[in-house]
Design a protein around this ligand. Structure first.
Ligand SMILES: [Zn+2]
Length: 282
């Protein structure tokens, strides 16, 4: 499990999982969090699934490691969109919601001391996981952003929701392990859509040297920098953005990768827990 020094210093329990430390067998070895059923993938996809008891055991290990109650872990049905939802009630209440950003905060009724503190998590296998903690209010966000999420504005949705609850939010953001510029090759059309959404042409590299008659022009795109540019344009300070981990496709010993492993790729979980508001911290 990887951590952001910035989030830790600001008092946020959190973690980005690697594939190490769990109980799942191959091809999901070993720390796999792809939830069975409840419709995350299209029903037609020939997805091999790990047993629910293994995933439950992995959640329990992560919960113990990071420090949250496993039955208070909120997740949503990720659809590569821009919708953000607050974790409220019980995890089952929002599990089927189509969304790609989750937020949570403590209220007067739910304090840090109680066992009912929520944890929020997003699943990824190449897409960019982003964990945000507001050092002023203690509210948190977990975001799943692939290129579609970057284009549709999921990062902005999450930050708007955070600021709607406190206009003076001072968010810290950690960008977790994802497919990086070395491996993220897309068509010219997709590259253009990402560049247009981010407003920074430098995130797209030169066309890759492929013979024109074999395939259309491709470009290498830096999704990690695209997310950083979006966070910056949304008012997050450069020094409050931290990169955590490396390229998921490059390092098979540490990460799952959908581009590398296809339908049998495992899923990482990136989790964060809200804390009490504080003017003394951070
Ligand atoms: Zn790579």
């Amino acid at each position: 499990v990887l951590r952001s020094a910035r989030l830790t210093d600001a008092g946020f329990r959190h973690g980005f999982t690697t594939r190490r430390g769990g109980v799942s067998p191959e091809p999901f070895a070993t720390f796999h969090f792809g939830l069975p059923a409840r419709g995350d993938e299209p029903p037609s996809a020939p997805v091999l699934r790990d047993r629910a008891e293994n995933i439950r055991a992995n959640v329990e290990r992560l919960a113990q490691h990071v420090g949250f109650a496993p039955d208070r872990l909120f997740q949503v049905n990720q659809v590569h969109g821009a919708r953000a939802v607050w974790a409220k009630g019980r995890p089952d209440d929002i599990r089927a919601e189509a969304a790609d950003a989750l937020l949570a905060r403590l209220t007067e009724l739910v304090t840090e001391a109680e066992v009912s503190v929520p944890a929020i998590g997003v699943r990824t296998a190449d897409c960019v996981p982003i964990l945000i903690g507001d050092r002023k209010t203690g509210a948190v966000a977990a975001i799943h952003a692939g290129w579609r999420g970057v284009v549709s504005g999921v990062v902005a949705s999450a930050l708007e929701a955070l600021r709607a609850s406190d206009a003076h939010a001072r968010p810290i953001a950690a960008i977790g392990p994802c497919i990086e510029a070395c491996c993220f090759e897309v068509g010219e059309d997709v590259a253009k859509r990402i560049v247009d959404a981010v407003g920074d042409a430098s995130i797209a590299g030169r066309p890759t040297p492929a013979p024109r008659d074999e395939r259309p022009d491709k470009r290498m795109v830096d999704l990690r920098r695209a997310v950083r540019a979006q966070l910056r344009s949304l008012g997050v300070e450069e020094g409050d953005i931290e990169d955590v981990g490396g390229c998921t496709r490059c390092d098979a010993s540490l990460y799952f990768s959908y581009r590398r492993d296809g339908e049998v790729s495992g899923r990482h979980l990136s989790v964060i827990v809200p804390r009490a508001a504080s003017s003394a911290r951070g």
